[in-house]
Design a protein around this ligand. Sequence first.
Ligand code: C5P
Length: 231
Amino acid sequence: MDDPRIIIALDYNNSEQALVLAAQLDPKLCRLKVGKQLFTIAGPKLIEKLMQSGFEIFLDLKFHDIPNTVAGACKSAASLGVWMVNVHALGGRKMLLAARQALPIGTTKLIAVTLLTSIGPDDLHEIGLGPTPEQIVRRLALLAHDCGLDGVVCSPLETAYLRTQVDSNFHLVTPGIRPIDASIDDQQRIATPRQAIENGATYLVIGRPVTQATDPLRTLQQLNKEITSVS
Ligand code: C5P
């Protein structure tokens, strides 16, 4: 598989567990996501080890700062050789453009988080934003598109609408994926892998359904089978 659509979230607090899981997976079938918890403890060394095993890495650090600082952080991430990084679209146009300039198209992919899914209407009102989370998500996704980013992170339930607003090369990276027979865990707005791809998702971020499976590789193979039948 040249461009695996599944990104496995390595939500661990130590590199040992991350490496044990990675050793059970196949870089032809997935990429790996390293977030703040794991990166803060394990750092660039872990990224290097995972890449030596053949995996491409989505470094999920959600940069949000003044344009100059975010541009520098993006360059540092790119120097690790990671496949994808992300920033907060709430950082605004100047910050997004600075990040894009730091990562020219065709190098490390640059995507934006729109609004965190943990933010509800009341939280939004409290910080003086509105009117609704959906409208902010749409506005920020279009801003990221306009600034030339490679894509956004969005819930599987937003993908169908966003796909009608952006060109087909714009990546919609979608967490909240649960196979039909899997536990929902703490996710709420979920879709099956097949539904997410049908709605226009480019990449699916999947954590516990694979990391906690008794046979992670077999689960990954089944997930890929399900989505290649639609894509
Ligand atoms: O285990 P699970 O499949 O729920 O993991 C999903 C991953 O996607 C986690 O790393 C989580 O932090 C991330 N994520 C999410 N919802 C968002 C953004 C990121 O679940 N809106």
